[in-house]
Design a protein around this ligand. Structure first.
Ligand code: SAM
Length: 279
């Protein structure tokens, strides 16, 4: 059957290159090229952009990104078995796809990319969350990327876009909303993947803000938020006791009642608290 890019269908690619999915690498592949093109479109107009893709696997999303007009794609893949399949895509799109065989948690992609840069990935969820936190907490802001378009378990996606007052609200929502605009743009059932995972997935699109919404020292804010949510059932005067001997005064200075719980405190209040406890 003909495909959008003239390359073989993904089922055939997987059979030819013996790419049986490995659980240890979180491999749940997207085989429908119409769907991967749709996911690529969630990242906006890609012409004129370099795209960093993490975990291309057999290349379904990579093909979507290239077909949707990405200027260049740099793809970092840990599983060397995928390299021959990715080389075929690189040959079909001369000078537009570079593949690095490595661990995305260790490879520094920056020297290989030219702004504007967008990051797109369908990653194993544990690696995805860790990378998201790293992308949101660089030493300097704005970051090197303009936007992140990432597939997550639906439940994790909801934690990223959560507002105060619910169970999903916590560290991820605060880090995301402090310096980015985050929204869920697409939901996918388990059957969209091969093999299907146990739960539904969702694509989250995050756009970097030119500057954080409220001033705060990133390290202090992260520490305050981590402490507050580590004991989310406790009142903040207890959860943050170790932060300062006069924590109750500092909470009040940030317009937070010492008896409040982390779940009800807004980003603006957390930033005010980070300023109030900064050395
Ligand atoms: N993007 C492909 C797709 O949508 O069909 C594959 C998605 S699959 C969920 C995750 C991919 O990430 C796999 O190809 C896996 O080998 C790769 N991967 C897992 N851990 C990785 C890591 N630490 N660094 C880079 N790639 C990784």
């Amino acid at each position: 059957m003909a495909t959008i890019d003239g390359l073989p269908p993904l089922r055939e690619v997987i059979a030819t290159h013996g790419l049986a999915a490995r659980k240890s690498l979180g491999q749940n592949f997207l085989l429908d090229l119409n769907l991967t093109a749709k996911i690529a479109r969630q990242a906006g107009d890609l012409s004129g952009c370099d795209v960093l893709e993490i975990g291309p696997g057999p290349g379904g999303l990579t093909r979507g990104l290239l077909a949707e007009g990405a200027r260049r794609v740099l793809a970092i893949e840990k599983d060397a078995r995928c390299l021959p399949a990715l080389a075929e895509i690189a040959a079909a799109y001369p000078r537009r796809l570079e593949v690095v065989n490595g661990d995305a948690l260790e490879v520094d992609p920056l020297t290989r990319l030219t702004p504007p840069i967008r990051i797109v990935a369908n990653l194993p969820y544990n690696v995805g969350t860790e990378l998201l936190v790293r992308w949101l907490t660089p030493d300097r802001w704005p970051p090197y990327w303009d936007s992140l378009t990432l597939m997550f378990q639906r439940e994790v996606a909801e934690r990223i876009v959560a507002r105060p007052g619910g169970k999903a609200y916590g560290r991820l929502a605060l880090l995301a909303s402090w310096r980015a605009e985050a929204r869920i743009t697409l939901s996918l059932p388990p059957e969209a993947f091969t093999p299907p995972p146990k739960v539904s997935s969702a694509v989250v699109h995050l756009t970097a803000l030119p500057e954080p919404r409220y001033p705060a020292d990133p390290r202090v804010l992260e520490r305050v938020v981590a402490m507050a949510f580590n004991q989310r059932r406790k009142m903040l005067r207890a959860a943050l006791k170790g932060l300062a001997p006069d924590i109750e005064d500092r909470l009040r200075a940030a317009s937070i009642a010492p008896t409040d719980r982390a779940e009800t405190v807004s980003l603006e209040q957390f930033c005010a608290l980070a300023r109030a406890v900064s050395p």
